[in-house]
Write a protein of this length. Structure first.
Length: 439
């Protein structure tokens, strides 16, 4: 008996992202590093050499869609399985069905969304069926599989890393949505191209978000006759953004990150938090800001407060784990900490000066005394001869020369008196004094 469709099962009642879900590799947008002509995953699909695999990547990049395309291309039964709502009993039921399919010569692809949410026992339940070849398991995860997937299961799966979609790829997808009959192709939609770029920027590489915003914007656009006009103001209302995403690659983007950096450098937490809010509320990727704050922790604070780097890295991890809007408070903590920390750019200047010498002395040989000597020939050539092991001395110091002859006496790291760096400066002076007396 054919199942009757309800009103809500009609294709035109589905969300735009569902209506436009690609059915073939040719329609799939993004992941060129895996699916471009001649690339590894595309070859496996085209040659029908699919085995169990894990798709690791952020939300909205096509993990579920790609699994469905693989199932269709390889003519396998497709079972969509949610790690959020399923337990071991459901896993066993699905495995029984897969083994029945196998007896009739049909392969089964079991797609497990958010596989990292399964506990060890649940993941172990898949293992014998993967080993026997009863199923081809495709797991999707936003978390690092090395930490979240059992080693035994992971060793039997190939991991493919999916990347956030690029702005131009999202613009291509949005433009298709306006032209495709499954999208708004049967309607007249008037929308400036720059608005598609703004949606793409706002979506941070997430195709589902981009299509949802476009759908909201068109549905809330102004209808005149048979034409829907979408303006910038309509878009701002749909995203609750006053000036929808300043261009992330344009001047204002760099102006704002510069303002944040210089406010922290100037020890002004109020200004720093303001510029942080300006960026986040405009839709900036919190991970981008967290990366810049991490750079600041070493470039502008350094050893004046070594804990600054710990705070910055922890803020980055928090942003990665929970995203916006919750991670705004973690970034605020990091930004205020950086603003109040004692400042030193000694590490930055040390590297820049060393880089200049490194580039102009590229052929400078490593002193023999500190070369590695893993072979007899190298030992005969005096590699490592005269090497002094600092741990064997009472002071844990030696007078061994570690710089090339042409750079002897060079000083790159010049510690300041700021914060804890004053203690490192004192220690460095003691070391240099000892070496001078024992040279």
């Amino acid at each position: 008996m054919e199942e009757q469709l309800s009103l809500f099962d009609r294709p035109d009642s589905q969300p735009l992202a569902a209506r436009l879900r690609p059915g073939t590799l040719e329609e799939f947008v993004g992941q060129k590093h895996l699916l471009g002509e001649g690339k590894v995953l595309r070859r496996l699909i085209e040659e029908d050499h699919i085995s169990s695999m894990i798709f690791w990547g952020p939300p909205g990049v096509g993990k579920t869609t790609l699994a469905r395309i693989i199932a269709g291309r390889t003519k396998a039964a497709f079972i969509n399985f949610s790690a959020v709502t399923s337990g071991i009993r459901e896993i066993r039921s699905v495995m029984e069905k897969a083994e029945q399919n196998q007896r009739y010569g049909e392969r089964t692809i079991v797609f497990v969304d958010e596989i990292h949410r399964f506990n060890k026992a649940q993941q172990d339940a898949f293992l014998p069926f993967v080993e026997k070849g009863s199923i081809i398991l495709i797991g999707a995860t936003t978390e690092n599989p090395s930490f979240e997937i059992n080693g035994a299961l992971l060793s039997r799966c190939r991991v493919f890393v999916l990347q956030s979609l690029k702005t131009e790829e999202l613009v291509e997808l949005l433009d298709r949505a306006l032209r495709d009959p499954r999208g708004f192709g049967s309607q007249k939609v008037k929308m400036e191209p720059e608005l598609l770029s703004m949606i793409a920027e706002f979506s941070n590489g997430d195709a589902r978000t981009a299509l949802s915003v476009l759908e909201m914007a068109v549905l809330n656009g102004e209808l005149s006759g048979d034409t829907v006009t979408v303006t910038r103001e309509d878009l701002e209302q749909c995203t609750s953004r006053k000036s929808l995403l300043y261009d992330k690659k344009g001047e204002e983007h760099y102006n704002l990150i510069s303002a944040l950096h210089k406010s922290m450098r100037n020890s002004d937490p109020d200004a720093a938090v303001y510029w942080l809010a300006r960026m986040l509320e405009a839709g900036e990727d919190p991970l981008y800001i967290a990366r810049r704050v991490t750079r600041f922790a070493s470039e502008d604070v350094g050893l004046a407060d070594p804990r600054a780097l710990e705070i910055a890295v922890a803020a980055y991890q928090a942003c990665h784990f929970i995203g916006m809007p919750e991670c705004s408070v973690h970034l605020t903590e990091a930004v205020v900490y950086m603003s109040l920390a004692p400042k030193s750019n000694a590490l930055y200047t040390a590297y820049e000066q060393a880089k200049k010498d490194a580039l102009s002395h590229l052929a400078e040989p490593v002193p023999l005394v500190i070369r590695n000597a893993p072979t007899k020939l190298m030992q005969e050539l005096d590699y490592g001869k005269g090497y002094q092991y600092a741990h064997n001395t009472r002071e844990k110091l030696t007078n061994m020369q570690c710089l090339p002859d042409s750079l002897l006496g060079r000083e790159y790291y010049r510690p300041t008196e700021q914060g804890l760096e004053a203690r490192y400066k004192e220690r460095l002076l003691q070391i240099k004094d000892w070496k001078k007396r024992h040279s």
